[in-house]
Design a protein around this ligand. Structure first.
Ligand code: URA
Length: 433
């Protein structure tokens, strides 16, 4: 086989075979196929697309390029959740103990990541003593015992995807549905999930800004998962404004704890109940989505979800007393209000700008080496549709420096206030099974 012939084949719109896709991915992983040829192929895929069968072959070839996590020693159906990411997305922290409380095994492999705040692991590490440095045997034992554990990504997962994603980033080929879908699904499948629930975000603060494109991506991922024998469902949820009110590592942990106590923001709760009910249903812990949702609501109201969070924290070295005394989580030295410059209704909050403001405070990493400040961030007081009075606080900045005028300005600029009443946005646009 010659790579140039395969590039030509895809350029002209033909379908690549399983063997051809494996040849490409194996050759690229071993540095036997040069990056300029893979770049040309990625561009051909960008314009010519891939059939559902090609997408599944590509996903599997990337899964097989590295280690695959064996979760077979964990009892039950392991359902993983993935979010395409957004501002204030602390869902995993609340969802993991919540679904574990109704018997779903949650064996979560998570990352730190770059972005406006840290990843799930950074957020969890704001709990004093909590750590994810456990070996894979301990990890399985903890999930069998408590139904929930989180481990860092130590294995060599999907190296082909890592290389290809890096190359796509510099060849203007990131925004291709077959390439994004196979990239995300390869990581989920290599992490050992039996079933997968996807939260595809849409809107100004999301990776996919338009609803139609988000729907296309969700359908592509569901089709890949189902073709590869993993029951997969997806929802499309709103990211035209941050999720919940908190943006920042410890602040988001506090909000997730409050949600498990039955005192969290409505949008975060609704999203967790929706995603959670699919997880519970796919794990066969309920016979319908409605029954699954009722079980989750019960776990919040009878306190078993918050108890599960405490067990999870203690099992990984953390101090569970933070759950009852939120002030034991890292606190920033200064709180600075951001005030509305006129009265009216909030019509828009540019989530990306709120993310950038959090990043500027030190909540996120610009490079892999950056240190993050777990205590800083932003609490929004107003969301789209809320009324506001001139000089009322629309947000509070939590900072370790008094000099935050530029952050206050970013937050002010991200809000739009209008005179006529505004309807809050829909949270969940669509479910794809
Ligand atoms: N996230 C991924 O993991 N891969 C992509 O290609 C895009 C977003």
């Amino acid at each position: 086989m010659r790579m140039v012939d395969l590039i030509e084949k895809k350029r002209d719109g033909a379908e690549l075979t399983k063997e051809e896709i494996e040849f490409i991915i194996q050759g690229y992983t071993k540095d036997e196929i040069p990056e300029y040829q893979i770049s040309a192929l990625a561009m051909a895929i960008f314009f010519q697309d891939m059939s559902p069968q090609e997408r599944a072959f590509l996903t599997m070839a990337m899964v097989e390029s590295g280690d695959q996590i064996d979760l077979s020693s964990i009892e039950g159906i392991k359902v993983d959740k993935h979010s395409t990411g957004g501002v204030g997305d602390k869902t995993t922290i609340a969802l993991a103990p919540l679904v574990a409380a109704v018997g779903v095994p949650v064996a979560k492999m998570s990352g730190r990541g770059l972005g406006h705040t840290g990843g799930t692991i950074d957020k969890l590490e704001s709990i004093p003593g909590f750590h994810v440095e456990i070996d894979t045997n301990q990890f399985s034992e903890l999930v069998n015992k408590n139904k929930v554990a989180v481990i860092g990504q130590t294995a060599n997962l999907t190296p082909a995807d890592k290389k290809l994603y890096g190359l796509r980033d510099v060849t203007a080929t990131v925004n291709s549905i077959p390439l994004i879908a196979s990239s995300i699904m390869s990581k989920k499948i290599a992490s050992g999930a039996d079933a997968i629930v996807l939260d595809v975000k849409t809107g100004s603060g999301a990776f996919m800004k338009e609803l139609e494109k988000s729907k296309e991506l969700a359908e592509a991922m569901v089709e890949i998962g189902n073709k590869l024998g993993r029951q997969t469902m997806a929802i499309i949820s709103d990211m035209n404004q941050p999720l919940g009110y908190a943006v920042g590592n410890a602040l988001e942990v506090k909000e997730a704890i409050q949600m498990l106590k039955g005192d969290g923001p409505d949008d975060l709760l609704d999203l967790c109940l929706t995603l959670g009910s699919y997880m519970v249903y796919l794990a066969k812990q309920a016979s319908s989505i409605e029954e699954a949702r009722e079980k989750l609501q019960e776990a919040i109201s009878n306190g078993s979800a918050i108890e599960k969070l405490k067990t999870f924290i203690s099992a990984q070295g953390g101090d569970p007393s933070v759950v009852d005394t939120l002030d034991r989580l890292p606190n920033a030295s200064y709180t600075i209000p951001v005030k509305a410059d006129e009265s009216g209704y909030i019509s828009k909050i540019v989530a990306d700008k709120i993310g950038l403001a959090a990043m500027t405070l030190g909540a996120g990493r610009a490079t892999k080496e950056s240190e993050i400040d777990l205590s800083v961030g932003i609490i929004l007081h107003k969301k789209i549709g809320d009324s506001v009075k001139e000089n009322e606080a629309i947000a509070t900045v939590y900072s370790n420096s008094e000099n935050v005028e530029h952050v206050v300005q970013l937050i002010t600029d991200s809000y739009s206030i209008v005179q006529e009443k505004v309807e809050p946005p829909t949270l969940i646009y669509k479910t794809i099974k």
